[in-house]
Design a protein around this ligand. Structure first.
Ligand SMILES: CC(=O)c1csc(NC(=O)C2C[NH2+]C2)n1
Length: 130
């Protein structure tokens, strides 16, 4: 009913705000768009489920996420994929792993500081009722 639509609209506003703030952070530039196959041809062979901020925003607008937990499952792919694709000791791999770890800690801190537990509980109840 209407109250449910109000809750999901507020969720989308929160998730868009978080994702847009991450997209503006220069440390996370490598994560803003899907990896370019021309530049990194073997990426799709190694990474089964690519994810990036622009895809998160599209998913939000397509109302894919009913809870913050569902959003986090996709958001976590961004740093998990980067750690998987860049395992070596060479400086470039270490650099992107450092940024992936910074992204993980940044997202977790934002959710801890800015998501009201009661709000997420209401979203979970909407999800269970569907
Ligand atoms: C988004 C992401 O994880 C990414 C984009 S390029 C890249 N890694 C490299 O280009 C090479 C450095 N060792 C492989 N990782």
């Amino acid at each position: 009913e209407q109250q449910e639509e109000d809750v999901l609209r507020e969720l989308r506003l929160f998730l868009r705000n978080v994702t847009e703030r991450l997209s503006l952070d220069r440390r996370f530039k490598a994560f803003t768009k899907p990896v370019d196959i021309e530049e990194v041809p073997d990426y799709m062979l190694v990474i089964r489920k690519p994810m990036d901020f622009s895809t998160l925003l599209t998913n939000i607008d397509e109302q894919k996420y009913v809870t913050v937990g569902e959003f986090m499952s996709d958001a976590e792919l961004i740093w998990q994929n980067a750690l998987e694709y860049n395992p070596d000791s060479d400086p470039m791999d270490r650099h992107i792993r450092h940024r992936a770890c910074a992204l993980k800690d940044t997202v977790r801190a934002i959710i801890r500081d800015e998501l009201d537990e009661d709000f997420e509980r209401v979203c979970e109840e909407v999800k269970e009722s569907r």
